[in-house]
Structures are given as structure tokens and as C-alpha cells.
Design a protein around this ligand. Structure first.
Ligand SMILES: Nc1ncnc2c1ncn2[C@@H]1O[C@H](COP(=O)(O)OP(=O)(O)O)[C@@H](O)[C@H]1O
Ligand SMILES: [Mg+2]
Length: 271
């Protein structure tokens, strides 16, 4: 852990990190995941290796059943690999206990889900603070940070609203602010625009662009080409294996951004 070491993770037995792992938000090698069912074993990941540099913006694509959610769950410390190594910063997740994984998850992982996953009884600011609540940190500084993040995603005038009083796009903005509150290694987003119309999708992608420009690492699962084209890199999974890993050129990103901007303009003009 880079921020002190409150849980003594550094003293636990673990494999030494690769020498240059600090530049990587995550580094995975020969990662496999098998689900053992009564009658069969499903090989969801069959040996996947790649690195994600700090500041990268990666789209994970692939057909249904190719292992995208499994990979995202492993990156998010929600589950452990069957074999292989998975570093987050300097920590080897594969070596950790469930309690340690829960710690990392609450302290250094930001999640954004397709269905927002907000708590209905809580206000915008309170929802943003939820990850801190699990760390027992709820002082004035934390509240200020939550308000700043709400402002950052354009909800400065909705601080006391509850999720039901917000549009889908606004709820996803709350979820993005919440994902940032614990200063994560990276933001993991699972189909974050899957429930949103194209104009709102465009707004949410603009926020991801801004975050990434500020240096935040983003890993997003999507099946939409125009969403993936906004990332810096597209990793394609097939049958639990890495099928391709392609850099997206600046030209292609700009073209996707422009095309979406244009489509939204035309849509709004028709209304
Ligand atoms: N909890 C689970 N138990 C058993 N099999 C699973 C489980 N989760 C996923 N799988 C299987 O693993 C494979 C990969 O699934 P998944 O990672 O969800 O793919 P994707 O997100 O690309 O659709 C599929 O064959 C799926 O049925
Ligand atoms: Mg999935």
C-alpha cells in the first residue's frame, strides 16, 4: 500500500513485485479463472497477460461469455484468480486473504456499474461518501471532498437530492464521483453507458475524458464500438483469452468524439 500500511500488508508473505511495477496501475500474468460447478469446470479465463500503465484508458470488449466480467471482477478484487499473478500497484492480489482484498477494494478501487447502484435513502453527497463510510472516515474533510467531487461532475446544485429525484445520467455522475472518493488505483466501469441514451452517453464519456486527462486510469467494459473508440486502447477477449490488444489513434478518438457530438446535435435539433 502506498498510503502508509495500516493493515500490515507489507509484512504478509507475498511475491516481490516486478521491478518497474510502480508505473503500472495493474499488471497481470498468465491469469486464469476456473469456476468449478457440480458437473463441470468452466474455464472463464485461460491465461491472460497484460499491463495497464498509470494514466491509460482501456476498453475491454468481446462476445458474451468471453470473460470480460470475470476479468473486471478480478481487477476489482471481488474474486481471486485460480492461477497467475495480478498486481495492483505493488500488491500481488493473488496472494491476499479475503479480508485484505476487502480492504484494498474499499480503499483503492473505484467502481461504476451499468445500474448506478446508489443507495436510495441517501443524498448525492452521502452517496459519494459511502466508500469512506466503510473506512470509518466521515469528518469535515471527507464531506468537503464529496462536495468537491459532486461539483466536479456537474452536480453542485443537486447536493441534497436523492437518486429518485435525478435523471439516469445524473445518477451515473454521482456513481462516478463516488468511484473517485477513495483516490483509486483506477476506475473500473462495467457498461457504464448501457442504460443511457446517446446524448447522456456522450456527456458521461466527456467526464471520463476529463478524468483521464487529469491522469486517472480508466478500465471500461463495453460492447459498443463508439464507446470503445473513445478509449486509448482496446483489449479484445475471446474464449477467455486475449485476442487482440490495440492502441486507438488520436485521430480515431477525435473522429469518434466528433461523430457523437454531431449525432447529439442532430438529435437535439429534431426535438
Ligand atoms: N460465478 C460463475 N459460476 C460459474 N460460471 C461462471 C460464473 N461467472 C461466469 N461464469 C462463466 O464463465 C464464462 C465467462 O463469463 P463472463 O466473465 O461473465 O463473460 P462476459 O462478461 O464476457 O459475458 C462464461 O462461460 C460464464 O458462463
Ligand atoms: Mg459480463
Amino acid at each position: 500500500m502506498s498510503n502508509g500500511d495500516p493493515n500490515g500488508l507489507a509484512n504478509q508473505s507475498r511475491v516481490a513485485a516486478p521491478a518497474d511495477s510502480r508505473v503500472f496501475a495493474t499488471s497481470i500474468r498468465d491469469l486464469t479463472k476456473e469456476y468449478v460447478l457440480k458437473s463441470e469446470t468452466v474455464k472463464a479465463l485461460r491465461g491472460v497477460s497484460f499491463d495497464v500503465q498509470e494514466g491509460d484508458y482501456v476498453a475491454i470488449m468481446g462476445p458474451s461469455g468471453s470473460g470480460k466480467s470475470t476479468l473486471l471482477n478480478l481487477l476489482g478484487c471481488l474474486d481471486k484468480p485460480t492461477s497467475g499473478s495480478l498486481y495492483l500497484g505493488d500488491d500481488d492480489i493473488a496472494e491476499m486473504t479475503d479480508d485484505q482484498l476487502a480492504e484494498i477494494r474499499s480503499r483503492r478501487i473505484g467502481f461504476v456499474f451499468q445500474s448506478y447502484n446508489l443507495i436510495q435513502q441517501l443524498s448525492v453527497v452521502e452517496n459519494i461518501q459511502v466508500p469512506l463510510y466503510y473506512q470509518g472516515k466521515l469528518g469535515a474533510d471527507e464531506k468537503r471532498r464529496a462536495v468537491e467531487l459532486a461539483e466536479r461532475v456537474g452536480l453542485g446544485d443537486r447536493l441534497s437530492h436523492r437518486p429518485a429525484q435525478l435523471s439516469g445520467g445524473q445518477q451515473q455522475r454521482v456513481a462516478i464521483a463516488r468511484s473517485l472518493v477513495n483516490d483509486p488505483f483506477f476506475v473500473l466501469a462495467d457498461e457504464p453507458t448501457g442504460n443511457l441514451d446517446s446524448a447522456t452517453t456522450y456527456e458521461i464519456l466527456a467526464i471520463f475524458d476529463e478524468l483521464n486527462s487529469d491522469g486517472r486510469t480508466i478500465i471500461i467494459v463495453t460492447h459498443e464500438d463508439d464507446v470503445a473508440d473513445r478509449a486509448k486502447r482496446i483489449v479484445l477477449l475471446k474464449d477467455g483469452m486475449l485476442h487482440s490488444d490495440e492502441k486507438v489513434s488520436e485521430e480515431r478518438r477525435d473522429a469518434a468524439r466528433l461523430a457523437q457530438q454531431q449525432a447529439v446535435k442532430e438529435l437535439l435539433a429534431k426535438q
